[in-house]
Design a protein. Sequence first.
Length: 89
Amino acid sequence: MDYKLAGEAAIVTLGIETNGVAIPDSAVTLLSGDVCKKVEVGSGSITWNAGVDWPENLTVVAKAKVTAWSVDAPPQVMVIDLRGGAFGL
C-alpha cells in the first residue's frame, strides 16, 4: 500500500477491514515499511504479510485504513513485560 503524507511528520498506523468490519489488531502484526513509527512528510509504503498473519481467511474484498497521528498525540499502546519475576523489580 502506498500513501503520501503531507503537512508534517506523523505516527502512521494501519487497520484492515473486510465486509465493513475491522480485523482485530492481533491479526495484523506482520507489517513492514513506513508504519507503526514516526514517518516524515513524503511518500510512504506499507506491506502486510496477510498470508502468514491471517492464513485461514481469504478475501478479495479488503479495505486498508491508514491513519496519521500527531507526533504530539500518538495512539495509545500497552506494553507488557513477559520476562517474569517480581512485580516492580
